[in-house]
Design a protein around this ligand. Structure first.
Ligand code: PHE
Length: 455
């Protein structure tokens, strides 16, 4: 097999923007707001921040140093550090996880594109009741062609970005799209805050309801911190492997975690201020953006423009995440099989499309198929997010904390950030503690809970 020269990021900023683009996605603008609504407002936010600090951030760091140290795709990276076939299989599993995530993620992202089209047509502003907007959503997803077509377009867009390479595609498009995303988000927040009655939304968001903090809420917060940082599925290992120089990882990754969190919080502020200002109860659960928001857009002046901006925001966030979920598979095909990027992207794009087909049809032609009482979309999403992702994250910290020689792992962690670690000595203890004990123990907890072993 002919060895190809590995792609690298063009600059430190390019890396930061790509990692941020991967992290910021549907989990921030769609999932986080409804989780906060369901699980006790500010109380949930607090628990979520704790999860980020104890697990999310350390696991992110672990994955990036695995990639940077080995300069390889996840399967090879895990094999190099783990030094046996079992570890190779663990790395391979994370690649497969990313692949599965890209399949179902694209289906939901396709709905967003479909809704963007509806918004552009002015179809999202004439709802009179919650039943009405719900029926509209249900009629759309019940159409097999609508679901498949939207999914196809989204994969095609993602593949087009990926084909242009790490620098020319991923880095370039993230640099272009992320600022637009921020601008739209800030616009929506300002609009929300300046609406009459917006304080009720803030009140709802910021009042802690401690009684909603059930054990389930803790686990949801943990799962959310994993998914939102794109952990446990090869993405961050792969993005780390494109880092050529030993840069200061603390000053590059911390701002990303902060940005990701700010986007989640601002999305919640925008959504809840807008929803409450028209006196609608925020629908709980996933219906929030496909059902509640269109109803809200129907009742405010400038609703059409707001709807268009909102769905542009979500679509961009999803696009920069989707490409990062597909990239580990592409890196694998290039590194291990010697494929050209072009062939790898086309093959991966087609395979992801096919994998998404049953998910896209899970509310129409295949709605009768149930696995463990879930439709196909929910099933894939459950298996990936609740089983494979926590496992992948667990393997990453285990590899760094226990299998890699401790001194070597810490040296890799420090590389490029020596002065920061020297100034703040506790940081080394913190990462060491998280890698070896805290993160693995807590992940195990989520995992056992997801499997129903503990409840
Ligand atoms: N982090 C993305 C989000 O918040 C989801 C994602 C998962 C992206 C896995 C890439 C890989 O929506």
């Amino acid at each position: 097999m002919e060895k190809q020269k590995r792609d690298t990021w063009g600059s430190q900023l390019g890396f930061i923007v790509a990692v941020a683009g991967s992290a910021i996605g549907l989990a921030n603008v769609w999932r986080f707001p409804y989780l906060v609504g369901n699980y006790g407002g500010a109380a949930f936010i607090l628990v979520y921040l704790m999860c980020l600090a104890m697990i999310g951030f350390p696991v992110l760091m672990a994955e990036i140093i695995i990639g940077r140290a080995t300069q390889a795709n996840p399967a090879q990276a895990f094999a190099k550090l783990g030094r046996n076939r079992g570890w190779r299989a663990a790395g391979m599993m994370t690649v497969v996880t990313g692949f599965i995530v890209s399949g179902f993620y694209s289906v939901v992202a396709g709905w967003i594109l479909g809704y963007l089209y509806e918004a552009l047509q002015g179809n999202l502003t004439s709802f009179e009741s919650a039943e009405h907007s719900q029926a509209y959503f249900e009629s759309l997803i019940a159409s097999p062609t609508w679901g498949l077509f939207c999914h196809f377009i989204f994969i095609a867009l993602s593949s087009a970005v990926l084909i242009a390479g790490v620098r020319g595609g991923i880095e370039r498009w993230n640099k272009f799209l992320l600022p637009i995303l921020f601008a739209v988000l800030i616009g929506l927040v300002i609009r929300g805050l300046t609406m009459q009655g917006s304080s009720q939304g803030l009140y709802f968001l910021l009042t802690p309801d401690w009684s909603a903090l059930t054990p389930a809420a803790f686990l949801v917060a943990l799962g959310q911190s994993f998914f939102t940082l794109s952990l446990g599925q090869g993405t961050m290992v792969t993005y780390g492997s494109y880092l050529k120089d030993k840069e200061n990882l603390l000053t590059t990754t911390f701002p990303v975690v902060a940005m990701d969190t700010v986007v989640s919080l601002l999305s919640a502020v925008a959504i809840f201020t807008i929803v409450f200002s028209v006196g609608i109860e925020p629908g709980s659960g996933p219906g929030l953006i496909f059902q509640t928001l269109p109803l809200v857009f129907s009742q405010i002046t400038g609703g059409t423009l707001l709807a268009i901006l909102f769905f542009i925001l979500v679509a961009l966030a999803a696009l920069t995440s989707e490409i990062s979920a597909m990239e580990p598979t592409i890196a694998y095909l290039m590194d291990e099989r010697g494929w050209s990027r072009r062939s790898a992207v086309i093959a991966c794009g087609i395979a992801v499309f096919l994998l998404g087909v049953p998910c896209a049809l899970s509310y129409s032609l295949l709605s009768h198929i149930e696995l463990f009482q879930m439709n196909l979309l929910d099933f894939f999403s459950f298996v990936a997010s609740s089983i494979m992702i926590p496992l992948g994250g667990l393997f990453a910290v285990w590899l760094v904390g226990w299998r890699w020689k401790r001194a070597a792992a810490l040296e890799e962690l420090h590389a490029g950030a020596e002065s920061t670690f020297a100034k703040h000595r506790w940081l080394t203890y913190y990462f060491d503690l998280c890698f070896r004990y805290l993160a693995p123990a807590l992940i195990l907890l989520v995992f056992l809970n997801a499997l129903g072993v503990i409840g």
